[in-house]
Every structure is written in C-alpha cells, then in structure tokens.
Ligand binder design. Structure first.
Ligand SMILES: Cc1cc2nc3c(=O)[nH]c(=O)nc-3n(C[C@H](O)[C@H](O)[C@H](O)COP(=O)(O)O)c2cc1C
Length: 322
C-alpha cells in the first residue's frame, strides 16, 4: 500500500484529500463520517460576517439594547459563538486536522474572528477572501491591496497557519499568489467557485444556477495550479471539480499539495470521498509509486509550463493543440 502521507500548512495529513468547506462540514455527525472515510483534513463551513450581521438585525426587534449591540458590534461577535463552539466540538471528535474558515465583507472583523477561531482550537484557518467591486470607478489595485492588508493583519494576530482562498477573477493570478505569500499566507486555495445565478424564465427572477461543479471545471483551475506552483513557492490546495481520483492525481502532479472535495460529496454522499482516496492508492500501487511526494509536482518542468501559457487553440484540426 502506497504512503499517501503529506504535509500541508505545517500539518501532517494522512492523505492529500480534504473535505472542503461547505455546509456538509458544519455537522458533528458529518465530521465523524469524514473521519471514517479517512480524509486528510476537514475545512469547516465559513463563518460569514453577513450572517452574523443579519442575525444582529433580527435582535433589533426584540432587544432593548440592540442599538448598543450594533454600535459596538457585540452582536456580531456574540453571534460567532455557536461557530466557535462547533470548532471546539469538531476538534474533539476529529483525528484529521480541523481547518476553520472565515469570510468577512469589510476589513474590520477579520482579526477578531481569526483570534477567536484560534482560541477555539482550530489547527489552521482558511480565509475565504473575496472583495468584489461593483463600482466602475474603483481602481482594481485598491481592491487587491485589501487582500494583502487583510492577510497581513490576520497573520499578525494569530499563530496558527493561514491559507487564503481566492476566486479566479484577477488580471494577474500569479501576481496575486506571490503577493499573498509575501503578505504572510502559508498556502492558497485555488479557487473558490462563486455562487452562480441564472434567470427563471417563467418567474422572471434570478435563481441559483449550477450550484455544484462538474468534473470538466477542473481543467481551467488545473492550468493555474500548474502555473502558480511553478512560479511561486507556496503550498497550493486545489478546489473545483475534484470528482474522481484521476482529477485529484492531475492536480497533485500539477503541483497541488492537497485537493478539496465538495460537490462530489453533495451529489454522491459523504462516503463517496473514499473513492478518491482509494483511486489514488490504486494508481500508485499499479504504477509502483510508494510515496505521494514522488508524484507531487511531477510535471513541473519549464517547457511543459510554457505550453500552459498558450490560451488559444491553434492546431486542433489535426489534434495538435500546442
Ligand atoms: C453548497 C455549498 C456550500 C459552500 N460553502 C462554502 C463555505 O462556507 N466556504 C467556502 O470557502 N466555500 C464554500 N463552498 C465552496 C467550496 O468549498 C468549493 O470551493 C467549491 O464548491 C468548488 O469545489 P467543488 O468543485 O468540489 O464543489 C461551498 C460550495 C457549495 C456547493
């Protein structure tokens, strides 16, 4: 049996397959099941600042001190308690490392939440960073600098490792990854797959679309995992489209230290994550590979990476894509 042990964010993982952040990981029963499936680590659903903010708005109607709550933000901090209790409870039942996740809308709350999450016992923190702008006047550099200052702030306040999960809507992704590293990030997760909207033609209203990924979506992410792993010395966790062990293996060969699985477990059940771990084992045994580190970043050679820099199909007619 091959040795799948790997390290990620300074933690030792039994294997590189992580249960990614989603509502599925916000249940102690599910945390236990993910452990039974032998996952490498578990990332808990994000603590979203807006959820706490809207919870505090609800307090308004009932609470005589609601004005003070909002003024001090105490409601937001108080609202995070169930999440923090969950982190502590998850740590108690999980042999696999527990990574907490936080997503804030502004810049104000990151450090408070990060510190609380550290005190709650999380092994690491993934910050789910997405500052979207809907202002055509806003200079993108200002938006990018918020990413870097947030990472610097969080890193200055906590000792646990911090990874940064970003989306892929940037002009220069390797620049972002490099600057995130320089700002202190211990790892990056490529990429968050944002909530998509369609329109219900009968009701003529917006509706969620394609909530779950398809395996094909992995290939656009794979390009960036390969490029960034060859250009920046930082640990990368690949997220999007990990539905089979083949895709997981491709991500690892392209330079992902770990892979995160979410949609597959929604579609096929939590137990289905084991297929990916078993499939990696099977491939390694079949190819006489003893250690996962032997395939990690296996195809990181410069002329291969050059191929990834071509975005257009040039010779598809005769099956020569490059
Ligand atoms: C229902 C659902 C809930 C999610 N919740 C979170 C979350 O709380 N925090 C987060 O960082 N990502 C969240 N994600 C994004 C996933 O962690 C992951 O990045 C994305 O779904 C791509 O991976 P996949 O192709 O395996 O689904 C969620 C995804 C889904 C489908």
């Amino acid at each position: 049996m091959a040795d799948l042990t790997t390290s990620y964010l300074g933690l030792t993982l039994k294997n590189p397959v992580i249960a990614g952040s989603s509502t599925l990981t916000y249940s102690i029963e599910n945390i236990k099941t993910f452990n039974e499936m032998n996952v490498g680590a578990i990332i808990i659903k994000s603590l979203f600042e807006e959820e706490l903010a809207s919870a505090s708005e609800n307090i308004d109607d009932f609470h005589p001190e609601s004005y003070d709550y909002n003024l001090t933000g105490a409601a937001i901090l108080y609202g995070s308690k169930p999440y923090l209790d969950f982190v502590t409870a998850a740590k108690k039942v999980s042999k696999a490392p527990v990574i907490a996740s936080v997503n804030c809308t502004g810049e104000k709350w990151w450090t408070d939440f990060a510190k609380s999450i550290e005190s709650a016992g999380a092994d690491a923190l993934e910050i789910n960073l997405s500052y979207m702008s809907f202002d055509p006047e806003e200079d993108p550099r200002n938006i990018e600098s918020k990413y870097f200052s947030t990472v610097e702030d969080v890193k200055s306040k906590v000792k646990i490792p911090v990874s940064v999960k970003i989306g892929h809507f940037f002009t220069n992704i390797p620049y972002m990854v490099k600057k995130l590293k320089e700002s202190g990030a211990d790892g990056v997760t490529l990429f968050n797959r944002y909530y998509r909207v369609g329109i219900n033609l009968d009701k003529k209203e917006y509706m969620p679309a394609n909530v779950y990924s398809s395996p094909e979506e992995a290939y656009s992410v794979l390009r960036w995992v390969a490029i960034c792993s060859s250009l920046v010395d930082i640990e990368i966790s690949a997220s999007t489209g990990v539905h089979t062990s083949d895709i997981a293996l491709q991500y690892i060969m392209a330079g992902a230290k770990t892979v995160q699985v979410v949609s597959k477990t929604y579609k096929n059940g939590i137990e289905s994550i084991r297929e990916i771990i078993n499939g990696i084992n099977f491939y390694m045994d079949k190819n006489n590979i003893h250690n996962i580190t032997d395939i990690y970043n296996k195809i990181k050679v410069n002329n291969e990476v050059k191929r990834l820099e071509r975005f257009q199909y040039m010779k598809i007619a005769n099956n020569k894509l490059f």
